[in-house]
Design a protein around this ligand. Structure first.
Ligand code: ADP
Ligand code: MG
Length: 303
């Protein structure tokens, strides 16, 4: 074999007949989810690695073109940390929530709505979609108030985390109008309060609540880890409410996994059919979950 022959990618090695067979096997899933709403939280490595970004955008556009309604809610922790570092500030967290003073809030809005959201819109549009960026202010979508963060060990104590918001209500009419018109909404997790003040809301919580009010078929939370891990670091492929309570109580679930699992469980309990925490580092993780019976991650059950 000549040494300068191009190394075939794993897909080039697949025979066209097998490729056709693979496509045909997606048909039952396409039929099942046609016209259904899928809420996808885009976060973690899938958001910072260029090859994974490309895969993500392609997956979203493909799902839209075969008749599903993907709605993207994005995070941006690493990008916010990088922007804070530029102005000499270090992000601090309490129970997975970013402590948000007024200066940090400004940075959060610039980075999420100005940079990250528009990057995602651009990526989706570049592969043939029609994405529209929104924050929770648009269409008066996300009303919020200051979060009273109860201490996880002593619920009578609360932590002041500044302009971190909890959701009061979500009006999804702007999202519905856009999805009906072939657009793909891309939402930054920023809410507004009674005095028109801004709130920084954990993106997992926005995605979960949005899935609930839209009566979504699926909620997928893409993250930077295999899924929920047990004390020994083994993947837990599915979890019930009772198991989740135990894992939180004994400290196995901590940090950013706390709001993620809380939101996921709420969505499952309020009727979202499938709730999955998915490894966003796996190429085309979304297509694997939606169009095959393979899934890499943790499924959350309501009971
Ligand atoms: P994102 O919101 O972008 O998906 P986060 O950092 O907010 O990422 O949340 C995921 C992180 O939660 C993981 O990278 C891990 O460090 C942390 N974590 C805490 N407890 C667990 C657990 N039991 N299983 C998996 N990850 C956990
Ligand atoms: Mg997070």
């Amino acid at each position: 074999m000549s040494t300068d022959a191009p190394v075939p990618s794993s897909l080039d090695a697949i025979q066209p007949r097998d490729k056709a067979e693979i496509l045909a096997q997606a048909l039952p899933y396409i039929r099942k989810f046609h016209g259904k709403t899928l809420v996808i939280k885009y976060g973690g490595n899938a958001m910072t690695d260029p090859a994974l970004q490309q895969d993500f955008a392609e997956d979203i556009v493909l799902l839209k073109l075969v008749g599903m309604n993907p709605i993207v809610v994005h995070g941006g922790g690493p990008q916010i940390d990088a922007a804070l570092a530029k102005i000499g500030k270090k992000g601090t967290f309490v129970q997975g929530m970013r402590v948000t003073d007024p200066e940090t809030m400004d940075v959060v809005e610039w980075v999420l709505a100005g940079e990250v959201q528009q990057d995602i819109v651009g990526l989706i549009n570049a592969v043939g979609g029609k994405a529209v960026g929104l924050t929770g202010r648009d269409g008066a979508m996300i009303r919020a108030r200051q979060m009273r963060l109860a201490d996880k060990d002593d619920p009578s104590k609360t932590h002041d985390v500044g302009q971190v918001g909890e959701i009061v209500s979500i009006d999804p009419s702007v999202v519905k109008a856009l999805q009906d018109d072939a657009f793909i909404p891309v939402i930054s997790p920023i809410g507004f309060g009674e005095k028109n003040e801004s709130y920084n809301i954990n993106a997992d919580l926005v995605a979960s609540k949005l899935a609930e009010v839209l009566k979504a078929e699926k909620l997928l939370l893409l993250t930077n880890i295999r899924g929920v891990l047990d004390k020994q670091g083994q993947l837990l492929t599915d979890l019930t409410a009772r198991q989740i309570d135990e894992l939180v109580a004994d400290g196995t679930i901590s940090g950013g996994m706390l709001p993620k699992i809380a939101g996921a469980l709420d969505a499952a309990k309020s009727g979202v059919n499938t709730v999955h925490i998915v490894d966003g580092r796996v190429p085309h993780a979304m297509l694997l979950e939606i169009l095959t019976d393979q899934a890499y991650g943790t499924m959350i059950r309501s009971h």
